[in-house]
Design a protein around this ligand. Structure first.
Ligand code: ITT
Length: 201
């Protein structure tokens, strides 16, 4: 069984490959690199779920294969949910993790309420029109000095509830076991497996 991962984010690709190797070892995951003609998908929806579906539909249509997409981000309570769906381009430059993180830190300077959550919408779309979207979250707090070189994005400033380490300091398997992406993708993998008859014809 082949499924295309509809993402160009290297940090996500690493995590998705790990999670699916565990959950659906019989699946061969193809990256978007296998399809050089594939155009970038504009994320024009106003929700994580909407954008995840947009990406998965576009990639499944183009490749004629089932596709999985992840739309995710950091929602900070004091910033009324920002950067939210704009997490990848909060500083103005898409994918500049360091600049995005520094912008959040500047906006949180001196702020006592540091509660935030990572959100992931995981979408699966098959060529026969089958669609599924799962959303999951990981709650925690923002620190003011980045720590840890594992992970990507905002991981160096995020400490999950019940832990002392940032997700940037955690061993990859520990992050996967509690993360927004781990939870959403494990649930999605179970559905992909149990509903195979509905999306495979
Ligand atoms: P694709 O659309 O190609 O998948 P992207 O990076 O543009 O890649 P998103 O629009 O979903 O993807 O943005 C996700 C951003 O949210 C990502 O760039 C990080 O800044 C942040 N983010 C999401 N999950 C994260 C995690 O587990 N750890 C740290 N930061 C995360």
């Amino acid at each position: 069984m082949q499924i295309v991962l509809a993402t160009r984010n290297k940090g996500k690709i690493r995590e998705l490959a790990r999670i699916f190797a565990h959950e659906l070892p019989e699946v061969e995951l193809l990256g978007t690199d296998n399809f050089p003609e594939l155009a970038d998908v504009d994320e024009t929806e106003d929700s994580f779920e909407g954008n995840a579906l947009l990406k998965a539909v576009a990639v499944s249509r183009f490749t004629k294969l089932p596709a999985i997409a992840d739309d995710s981000g950091l929602a900070v309570d004091h910033l009324k949910g920002a950067p939210g769906i704009y997490s990848a381009r909060y500083s103005g430059v898409h994918g500049d993790d360091e600049a995005n993180l520094q912008k959040v830190l500047r906006e949180m300077e001196g702020i006592a309420n540091r509660r935030a959550q990572f959100v992931c919408a995981a979408a699966f779309v098959a060529p026969n029109g089958y669609q599924k979207v799962i959303r999951a979250e990981m709650v925690g707090e923002l620190i003011s000095q980045p720590r840890g070189a594992n992970g990507f994005g905002y991981d160096p400033i995020f400490v999950p509830e019940g832990f002392a380490q940032t997700t940037g300091e955690m061993a990859p398997d520990l992050k996967d076991s509690i993360s927004h992406r781990g939870k959403a993708m494990r649930e999605l993998a179970q559905i992909i497996s149990s509903e195979r008859a509905s999306w495979e014809q």
